[in-house]
Design a protein around this ligand. Structure first.
Ligand SMILES: [Zn+2]
Length: 104
């Protein structure tokens, strides 16, 4: 498994999501992808029933996750996860963000 990353400022450690050209804390411009905690909590979820790439009857579970940094991320989940569920985030090879429920 690869290290989870978010865009941020290595000079001061501030994560910038969505990515920006200048740091909102120190105005630095040398921003890039930085290791970040993979932990978050489901805020809201929905089921997509019609979308490009979905076969008839197939569904896609999406959720808004509150990341520990304060960022809000739209992620895919393997199943419907209720609000308040603690999750671990992972970037899949397809560049889609996925979240799985964590134990405890
Ligand atoms: Zn900064």
């Amino acid at each position: 498994m690869t290290q989870f990353r978010l865009y941020g400022c290595p000079a001061c450690g501030q994560l910038q999501f969505p990515p920006r050209r200048r740091c909102g804390r120190c105005s630095g411009t040398a921003l890039g992808w930085m290791p970040a905690s993979p932990r978050g909590v489901i805020e809201d979820a929905t089921i997509v029933r019609r979308a490009a790439g979905l076969a008839p009857g197939e569904v896609r579970h999406l959720a808004t996750v509150a990341h520990e940094s304060g960022a809000r991320l739209i992620v895919r989940t393997p199943e419907a996860l209720p609000a308040g569920t603690a999750v671990r985030l992972e970037m899949h090879e397809s560049d889609a963000l996925w979240a799985d429920a964590t134990e405890g």
